[in-house]
Design a protein around this ligand. Structure first.
Ligand SMILES: CC(C)(COP(=O)(O)OP(=O)(O)OC[C@H]1O[C@@H](n2cnc3c(N)ncnc32)[C@H](O)[C@@H]1OP(=O)(O)O)[C@@H](O)C(=O)NCCC(=O)NCCS
Length: 119
């Protein structure tokens, strides 16, 4: 998914897996599926204005409508702004910490959100 909010570029990418895909009249539905958030980014000069939260909320609602049950992501533990959005604003919970995932001292905090709990 890639989009624009106002005149500013924003992007968000996800992949789905473990899904049973059924074709319906309006396209594909994902049953009992899980989505992985790969990346989310807001233009530097527009950060801290609620746009990252809005982009995520809108995308999570779209996934929920496609019967995705759970979303998982990983984030650098030092990325306090992203963690504030994921945990503080959207309700993601920490599931695991992967040590040296992307090389020495490149730890990743794994977080998940059940879309049943989407507010
Ligand atoms: C992560 C990102 C998408 C968030 O987008 P955003 O538009 O800035 O998010 P929001 O404005 O909705 O919320 C950010 C919140 O984090 C807070 N925040 C920002 N930096 C922070 C920090 N270092 N420590 C604590 N809180 C911080 C902001 O104050 C804001 O909270 P508030 O509304 O209560 O004041 C954006 O910062 C970004 O593109 N970062 C670079 C790419 C990136 O790191 N992506 C995540 C990879 S997993």
């Amino acid at each position: 998914m890639t989009g624009a909010i106002g005149k500013e570029k924003a992007s968000l990418s996800m992949k789905t897996s473990g899904c049973t895909n059924v074709t319906t009249g309006r396209g594909l539905n994902f049953l009992s599926g899980k989505a992985y958030l790969i990346g989310v980014s807001i233009a530097k000069e527009r950060r801290g204005q609620g746009l990252g939260t809005l982009l995520m909320q809108t995308s999570l609602q779209a996934l929920q409508q496609e019967n995705i049950a759970e979303v998982e992501l990983s984030v650098t533990p030092e990325n306090k702004g992203a963690i504030k959005v994921y945990a503080g604003k959207l309700g993601f919970v920490a599931k695991d910490t992967k040590i040296d995932e992307y090389g020495p001292v490149e730890n990743r905090l794994v977080m998940m959100l059940s879309l049943d709990n989407l507010t």
